[in-house]
Ligand binder design. Structure first.
Ligand code: ACO
Length: 391
């Protein structure tokens, strides 16, 4: 049987026009632009206005993606929406997207925190690889702002709303999704949680007084988890794709915190020029962050045919995921570098060395994190400079 690949043939994004800056937040909680920029890299975020919902944002991003792919909504075989902030528990936001888009296909939602988009991409890829479907719309969309306690400075400076979408199409060309890694460790569930509103703690006056409908986060634990897992997941995905880190042309990490991204790039030995960063203008849009960053990188001409792109995310659950995508439609079958064709052991050797380097750099950073002195002055100093804007 001919192997079936899934290629990204369309892409789109939507960010609400309403922007909340760090200066706005200074008026709401005891914080400062300087603190937010040095600790997170975030300068502003988009927040939904009247009439904007998870479904309307998804549809806006999806329409763009379909236009780029040259498809009509009725051409879509399946819609997968990754979100942790649906418009309703029931019906699924995915069904509302299918209806509002005018598509005639099955639709379902996936919840894996900020990791959701990569989970959704891997899921969509399975439907294509098995031959069940030809064209799948994959969306990451979040309206997090109603679940944020705007009096809690620990969390309210971090998040933003938005949506991104891609069209995944079946192809026999060896490109598109080359590999993926998915992971979960529920033992860390309490580190990032909305305690109320579900069946364990249903809505009630008590739940509201307890402020249990808002996101609660143990920032330090999530930070430690993220800096450990991003490098490891990316490395695994690259290895499963039969590539080495030298073959990675662009890293698109989950946009939560510039410090986390810089540490992950450092652990992998990737220069920041190869890393997409746009969190300064969006904040953490959870499952929407990777597709929005992907679309911006495309708009800025940073992605060309034949490039190997590694997407990597971490999130509530706790969860993690990475995927390697080879961009574009190669005119001829991919030419593997001579050395790997005749010496597959070379790839294994190179990745083993990369793993040793990753763990050595991680250990060094954990040591300096616990020493508590090395990194923060560095970032306080770094805060005087502007986070990269991918220009
Ligand atoms: N403004 C000013 N001071 C603040 C603010 C704020 N907005 N928030 C916290 N502080 C204070 C704290 O109260 C603390 O003060 P204290 O020392 O007097 O107690 C001090 O700043 C330092 O707090 P830390 O928590 O140590 O700050 P840290 O450097 O760890 O940065 C942050 C906090 C930005 C939250 C970081 O831990 C982080 O990014 N963690 C990861 C979060 C993340 O990625 N979440 C998304 C997960 S993905 C998903 O699924 C949604």
């Amino acid at each position: 049987m001919t192997e079936r690949y899934s290629q990204i043939t369309g892409w789109g994004k939507y960010a609400p026009p309403q922007v909340l800056t760090n200066a706005d937040l200074e008026k709401m909680v005891d914080t400062s632009d300087e603190w937010i920029v040095t600790r997170t890299g975030i300068r502003e975020r988009h927040i939904v206005g009247p009439g904007e919902t998870n479904a309307t944002m998804s549809v806006a991003a999806a329409r763009q993606a379909l236009d780029v792919a040259g498809l009509a909504p009725k051409d879509v075989d399946l819609i997968v929406v990754a979100t942790s902030s649906p418009d309703h528990f029931l019906p699924s936001v995915a069904s509302q997207v299918q209806y509002q888009l005018g598509a005639e296909c099955p639709a379902f939602a996936i919840t894996a925190g900020c990791t959701g988009f990569v989970y959704a991409l891997a899921t969509a890829h399975q439907f294509i690889a098995t031959g069940a479907y030809q064209r799948v719309l994959v969306i990451g969309s979040e309206v997090i702002s109603p679940f944020v306690n705007w009096q809690d400075r620990d969390t309210c400076v971090l998040f933003g709303d938005g949506a991104g979408a891609v069209v995944l199409e079946a192809s026999v060309q060896p490109a598109g999704v080359l590999s993926f890694v998915l992971g979960s460790d529920g033992s860390g569930g309490e580190h990032l949680i909305i305690r109320g509103g579900g069946s364990v703690y249903p809505p009630s006056h008590e739940m509201i007084e307890d402020k249990a409908m808002y996101i609660e986060m143990n920032g330090r634990e999530v930070f430690k988890f993220a800096t450990r897992i991003l490098g490891e997941a990316a490395l695994q995905a690259v290895e499963r794709a039969g590539l080495t880190l030298d073959d990675v042309d662009l890293l698109i990490p989950h946009q939560a915190n510039l410090r986390i991204i810089e540490l992950a790039a450092r652990h992998l030995g990737l220069p920041m020029q190869k890393v997409v960063v746009n969190l300064d203008r969006y904040g953490n849009t959870s499952a929407a962050s990777i597709p929005i960053a992907l679309v911006e990188a495309l708009e800025e001409g940073r992605i060309r045919d034949g490039m190997n792109i590694c997407m990597v995310a971490f999130g509530g659950g706790l969860t993690w995921a990475a995927a390697v995508v080879r961009w574009g439609q190669p005119a001829q079958p991919v030419e593997w570098p001579l050395v790997w064709r005749f010496a597959p052991a070379g790839q294994k050797l190179s990745m083993a060395a990369a793993r040793v380097r990753l763990h050595a750099r991680q250990l060094a950073d954990v040591a300096s994190y616990h020493a508590g002195s090395l990194l923060l002055p560095l970032y306080t100093f770094a805060g005087l400079r502007k986070p990269p804007r991918n220009k």
